[in-house]
Design a protein around this ligand. Structure first.
Ligand SMILES: Nc1nc2c(ncn2[C@@H]2O[C@H](COP(=O)(O)OP(=O)(O)OP(=O)(O)O)[C@@H](O)[C@H]2O)c(=O)[nH]1
Ligand SMILES: [Mg+2]
Length: 596
């Protein structure tokens, strides 16, 4: 099979092009370091089947960040038929150096001058034909986002592949001389001859917006205001959708599934309806909110505002031994901790990476958000709800800051923080839909992997041995809960909640699925039942614990693989469990002492 790789500096549109050509849904965002691993898709090009490979962005071939090592390793171990090098046309005067470096590898190459739309707006003109001659490779202008110039580029790519020049040996990078000054000179000459850059770049919209959003005093308040408005938006629209879906799923149960299973053995209908269906349906009802959440998230990620957030928070973060990028990783962690952990690969300093990885699991991810919305709806009024949720987000930040401050002595670093501010961009509808779909897919995979197995286990534990009442203290679940009672009682966490928390260690979605199974109820009925069993102080203590302790097994696995250290993984688990217990304890006992 032929092999085509997409290569270029970070944030140049490689994944956008990859998605366009292959129809895949790789993550795209206006932030350097979105892609952290190889992603491959099969495509048909010029009558050949080829593997198209999306690579992480690299600044140069000799770099030492994890991303750059991934790319170097890939080049050194794979013979390629074609490398499509992408660069941001608006920054051609800086990005051409990578092209010249890559050229020394003697792999068939095609240079794609991407973001031609933005270059045009800034008044930059590039003489592609003459540049092609000078570089001795095809040079094409295009826009991966809007598709302009893409057919032509694919045509040229197909013809290169058909020439069969390739099957070239893997690139021997170590033999490359580090003739950097030569490359600089050559680059300056090429730019001088073939590119026209106006003396003042005309990207005034971005400048105007930045004047306000990066304002010394207004910048941060505006940032938090924007976040607040976005969350309000998600819930105003999402909550009715969730209620509607829960109602529909309940209807499906009573009108179709119950009659269908009426004649089957008691245990089977119990397992299917009270176990699998209740558990999964309760979790599934949250899908609309989660999808909405990620649609908004994708707009934020694609807008370029994350880099501004990094800039605004940098001074404060530096006091905690982190930098602005760490703050952006925390924000990304709101979606899911796993990609946020992987995103730390752009950091070159290991101590800084580890410190950032220690704080990320405390960020309130979308799976925990489901648990909180559920508990809050059950135990608080509609007026209190947004405030309670807001308090949990604040708490999430506070625990992250506390962790960084406490551990910064262990992880000292001196890496300078350089980040460029990309222009503001608005995602296309296509990009937004793609991202929403990606999250639904992600949810379905998790659902089939963890949630179904989890709820079946909870069902079994709460229904056996069969000679005692379901969910009573005599069942296995009751016994396990009793085992943990000495630790969890002081937090106001009862046996039922304890079981949910134990299973929540695997994935937070299981928590509400487990509660549905334990109480044998779903939707409104479940919430009403919860409200009779626990009061708001207990619910809050439970939520604090769920917020702070280890998010899920995937996060633990990622912590281990990214840090390459079991000791670090255990530190993270032990720290978050300890902190969770302490915070819940202080809250619960404090509230009781105050008479609540
Ligand atoms: N205006 C414009 N924006 C583009 C174009 N191609 C990509 N983008 C935007 O550029 C940003 C970066 O796109 P990605 O595809 O994530 O870039 P990447 O090269 O994969 O980035 P890394 O994975 O971080 O190395 C996103 O906001 C895209 O929407 C283009 O042709 N024109
Ligand atoms: Mg990418």
């Amino acid at each position: 099979m032929k092999r085509i790789a997409l290569l270029g500096m970070p944030n140049t549109g490689k994944s956008t092009l990859f998605n366009r050509i292959s129809g895949a849904s790789a993550r795209v965002g206006n932030w350097p370091g979105i892609t952290v691993d190889l992603m491959s898709a099969k495509i048909l090009i010029g009558g050949h089947i080829a593997a198209l490979i999306d690579l992480p962005g690299i600044y140069d071939l000799h770099g030492f960040s994890e991303d750059e090592q991934v790319v170097r390793h890939f080049l050194a171990n794979n013979a390629l038929d074609l490398v499509i090098v992408l660069l941001n046309s608006a920054q051609i005067d800086r990005q051409l150096s990578l092209v010249l470096q890559l050229k020394k590898l003697n792999i068939p190459m095609l240079l794609a001058l991407n973001m031609a739309d933005e270059a045009k707006q800034s008044g930059i003109t590039i003489d592609a034909d003459n540049l092609a001659q000078a570089l001795q490779m095809p040079v094409l202008q295009m826009s991966a986002k809007y598709g302009d110039g893409l057919p032509k580029a694919l045509q040229v790519a197909a013809s290169i592949i058909q020439q069969n020049i390739a099957a070239s040996q893997p690139a021997v990078i170590s033999q490359l001389l580090q003739a950097d000054h030569q490359i600089e000179q050559e680059m300056a000459r090429l730019i001088d001859q073939h590119v026209q850059i106006p003396t003042t770049l005309a990207n005034s919209t971005t400048d105007k917006i930045d004047k306000l959003l990066l304002h010394k005093w207004l910048g941060l308040p505006l940032f938090f205001l924007a976040m607040f408005v976005l969350f309000q938006f998600i819930f105003t629209i999402g909550k009715p959708l969730q209620d509607g879906l829960a109602w529909l799923l309940q209807l499906l149960r009573s009108s179709a599934l119950e009659p269908l299973l009426a004649s089957s053995p008691h245990w089977l209908s119990g397992l299917m309806l009270d176990g699998v269906y209740n558990g999964v349906a309760t979790v599934a009802a949250f899908v609309p909110i989660i999808v909405l959440f990620f649609l908004v998230m994708s707009m934020v990620e694609d807008s370029g505002y994350l880099s501004r957030a990094a800039f605004l928070m940098d001074t404060l973060m530096a006091k905690m031994g982190l930098d602005g990028r760490g703050f952006v990783m925390m924000l990304m962690g709101f979606g899911c901790n796993v990609p946020a952990l992987m995103g730390t690969r752009i950091m070159r300093s290991r101590p800084m990476r580890l410190l950032t990885m220690l704080v990320i699991p405390l960020s309130l991810c979308s799976a925990r958000l489901q648990v909180f919305i559920f508990m809050i709806t059950a135990l608080f009024t509609a007026q209190q709800a947004p405030l309670v949720l807001f308090a949990l987000y604040v708490m999430s930040f506070l625990t992250m800051f506390l962790t960084a401050v406490l551990f910064q002595g262990q992880y000292k670093n001196a890496e300078p923080f350089i980040l460029e501010l990309p222009p503001y961009r608005f995602p296309t509808l296509r990009q937004i839909v793609l991202r929403g779909w990606l999250e639904v897919k992600h949810f379905l995979v998790r659902a089939s992997k963890f949630i179904v197995i989890g709820v079946i286990m909870v069902w079994a534990l709460t229904n056996f041995p069969s000679n005692v009442a379901p969910a009573s203290i005599g069942t296995f679940a009751g016994q396990i809960g009793a085992l943990f009672a000495p630790i969890l009682d002081p937090l106001g966490i009862n046996n039922q909640l304890a079981i949910a928390l134990i299973f929540g260690f695997v994935a937070k979605e299981i928590v509400i699925g487990a509660l549905a199974v334990i109480y044998g109820l779903q939707g409104d009925a479940l919430m009403a039942q919860m409200a009779t069993q626990i009061d708001w102080v207990q619910a809050m203590s439970f939520m604090l614990f769920a917020l702070i302790y280890t998010p899920c097994l995937s996060t633990i696995a990622t912590l281990k693989s990214e840090s390459k250290s079991s000791a670090f993984m255990w530190l993270s688990i032990a720290w978050s469990l300890g902190l969770a217990w302490l915070v819940s304890f202080v809250f619960y006992q404090g509230a009781r002492w105050l008479g609540f």
